[in-house]
Ligand binder design. Structure first.
Ligand SMILES: [Zn+2]
Length: 239
């Protein structure tokens, strides 16, 4: 079945019953609780067991009574735990990801149920892709609301951080390391334990450091005591 990727604000009634993937922030994560999906009811009059699929989170007894042909009594029934199917469920509210200031003033949200293995996968305030069946539940006063029965929770790849001074200094650090490595390699291969500057410029350029940057970095590395000039044309790394 195809999975629809939707934003919470775009959910419509035509999507009910569809597999839906929603990106959002986990909020109001509740404590897990058991839910019966199929209950074995033993008739206390004839002993026959009638199985009832549970479609809501409320326990429903056999609507048409005991399924034993000659019995058909409306109970009483005894729930047989070992023959019933129980799953774990956890309530959650998914908040729409807000990347631009919210104009409406309200962040859209949808109620969700983390089902079975999806229980415990979401952490408060983290953003995930939630995949599940879109359905409705009674919201009281004759109203329905959308809910997502979630069976899959995936981490969202963190987007690259916005440019700031931090990445620059990190990349500068990396460049200095590259410079050091190159200069050391050239020195080691030179047989004179020093690196000819023109060769350094040539090699580091292949590593993506242009001449101007390389000159600047060498100047800085001299100040830091990383290297020194043995003469006008050669440098040496200070071990
Ligand atoms: Zn019966």
């Amino acid at each position: 079945m195809e999975i629809l990727e939707l934003q919470i604000k775009d959910i419509r009634s035509k999507h009910i019953g569809e597999q839906v993937k929603i990106k959002g922030r986990a909020s109001n994560i509740g404590t897990q609780y058991p839910v019966y999906t199929r209950v074995a009811y033993q008739c206390l009059r004839c002993g026959h067991t009638t199985y009832v699929e549970q479609n809501s989170f409320k326990l429903e007894e056999p609507l048409a009574g005991c399924e034993e042909e000659t019995c058909g009594k409306k109970g009483p029934f005894k729930l047989i735990l070992k023959d019933s199917t129980i799953i774990d469920v956890q309530n959650i509210i998914i908040l729409e990801e807000v990347t631009v200031p919210v104009r409406e003033g309200i962040v859209k949200s949808i109620k969700g149920f983390l089902m079975r293995d999806a229980v415990g996968l979401a952490l408060e305030d983290e953003t995930y892709h939630f995949t599940g069946n879109l359905s409705t539940i009674d919201a009281g006063k004759g109203k329905l609301e959308y809910v997502l029965y979630i069976y899959k929770v995936e981490n969202v790849q963190k987007e690259a951080p916005a440019p700031s001074s931090e990445p620059t200094s990190i990349s500068k650090k990396n460049k200095i390391r590259t410079m050091k490595d190159c200069i050391k390699k050239i020195s080691d291969n030179s047989g004179i334990n020093k690196a000819p500057l023109d060769e350094v410029y040539k090699i580091v350029e292949e590593e993506g450091i242009d001449r101007n940057t390389a000159e600047e970095l060498i100047k800085k590395m001299k100040q830091r005591g990383d290297l020194f000039a043995t003469d006008q044309l050669h440098i040496r790394i200070i071990p």
